[in-house]
Write a protein that binds this ligand. Structure first.
Ligand SMILES: Nc1ncnc2c1ncn2[C@@H]1O[C@H](COP(=O)(O)OP(=O)(O)OP(=O)(O)O)[C@@H](O)[C@H]1O
Ligand SMILES: [Mg+2]
Length: 239
């Protein structure tokens, strides 16, 4: 389990962006982080990933404090994969090269086996394995960034807006892929999303952030049905 307890973090000493956040993600589970632009969602993922160190509080993996463990160690130990909000593939490299980079810390045999396995799950990546990543569609690129993070078989995956800029059809393909991950690879997924209703539909639980704090939390199905949630974040939509 990843647990974040009373975490305070920011980019400079003067300003706290996360102002005491507590949350958890189990394995397997999909947990979604919602909230307005600038409230600290990406900052939270970056803090769990290890790009930012918490100023106060604790980030733990099972019983180990990982607040000060840099990101490459977590990837190397196959614990946590991170797909950032932007620039999440190397456009000048081929699909295959991107995936190989994701598995750079793996043994050759293991890397090849995993590559074949992921090609089986995402046939479009196999079909386009020699194409430059920059030539992929937005949805294909999201699948590539997902597959790249999956190469070392992480136990947890942090996804920052995996559906950004996708058509409804592509969005449901990417979300289906995330559900498959939880159900077949037993991955714990912590994802940030703007498409709140769609994200809640595939999530087990969710947290809504506001100005660096958790404003609402609960089971996704309960949040979907909650009046507060509908009024504030789902645009009054009924379902
Ligand atoms: N690298 C950085 N250096 C300094 N400040 C930053 C940096 N990245 C983000 N911030 C600031 O931290 C605050 C929270 O940003 P963050 O990216 O976490 O928001 P977000 O909730 O992910 O927003 P969005 O929905 O727009 O992606 C913002 O005020 C932003 O300006
Ligand atoms: Mg963000």
């Amino acid at each position: 389990m990843i647990s974040v307890k009373d975490v305070v973090a920011g980019y400079s000493r003067e300003v706290d962006i996360l102002r005491g956040i507590t949350l958890s993600v189990k394995q397997p589970e999909i947990v979604t982080i919602l909230g307005p632009n600038g409230c600290g969602k990406s900052t939270l993922l970056k803090t769990v990933a290890g790009f930012l160190m918490p100023r106060e509080g604790k980030v733990a993996l099972d019983d180990a404090d990982i607040g000060q463990v840099p990101v490459f160690r977590k990837v190397r130990k196959h614990d946590i994969g991170f797909v950032p909000q932007t620039d999440n593939v190397f456009g000048a490299l081929s699909v295959w090269e991107n995936l190989a980079l994701g598995g750079q810390f793996m043994r050759d045999h293991d890397r090849k086996e995993r590559l074949d396995q992921l090609y089986g799950v995402y046939p479009v990546l196999k079909r386009k394995c020699k194409a430059r990543a920059s030539s992929l569609s937005g949805g294909e690129r999201q699948l590539l960034s997902l597959a790249r993070a999956l190469m070392p078989r992480p136990r947890f995956l942090l996804l920052d807006e995996p559906s950004a800029g996708l058509s409804p059809k592509m969005l449901s393909e990417v979300f289906d892929a995330i559900v498959v991950l939880r159900d077949t690879e037993q991955v714990g997924v912590l994802m940030v999303e703007q498409n709140a209703a769609e994200a809640l539909c595939i999530s087990d639980r969710a947290y809504v952030l506001s100005m660096g704090k958790v404003a609402l939390e609960g089971k996704a199905s309960e949040l979907l049905a909650s009046d507060d949630m509908r009024r504030l974040y789902l645009g009054g939509r009924t379902h």
